[in-house]
Design a protein. Structure first.
Length: 138
């Protein structure tokens, strides 16, 4: 087997990381908390949207534009323990009859991520105006 195929196989067998992350403004201390099913690319994705000026959180976007990228820190708060069926190359999400994950398993991970996010929101309370997250609706 050639080296390229070996590297592809190694990558495919790596586990994907899912969890909760924070973006913190070093100047104000304000935080934005969210979850991601792809933690390894979450920071790149968030930075890309913020640099493009298209982030869904307008307060975070405004501060990013005003204070500059260097004033923001990305941090992984917690990762979700995954089963062996979850792979980094996403071939685990193929059609069910081809051996991919069932939609119930995918939904279970998503539910667990949302619960984890809520736990961190309750713990750190990064709600406007002291943070970037919207307060929960009662």
């Amino acid at each position: 087997m050639d080296r390229r195929k070996e590297l592809q196989n190694e990558y495919a067998m790596q586990k994907r990381e899912m969890g909760v992350f924070a973006i913190t403004n070093r100047l104000s201390g304000k935080r934005y908390i969210a979850y991601s099913s792809t933690l390894d690319s979450a920071e790149k994705r968030e930075r890309f949207m913020l640099n493009l000026g298209s982030h869904r959180n307008s307060a975070l976007q405004a501060d990013w534009k005003r204070d500059g990228e260097a004033q923001f820190e990305f941090e992984i708060l917690e990762t979700l323990k995954l089963g062996d069926e979850v792979r980094k190359d996403y071939k685990d999400i193929g059609l069910q009859n081809e051996g991919g994950l069932r939609s119930s398993v995918i939904l279970s991970y998503r539910d667990n991520l949302k619960k984890m996010e809520i736990k961190w929101l309750e713990k750190l309370r990064p709600y406007e105006p002291a943070g970037y997250n919207k307060p929960p609706k009662l």
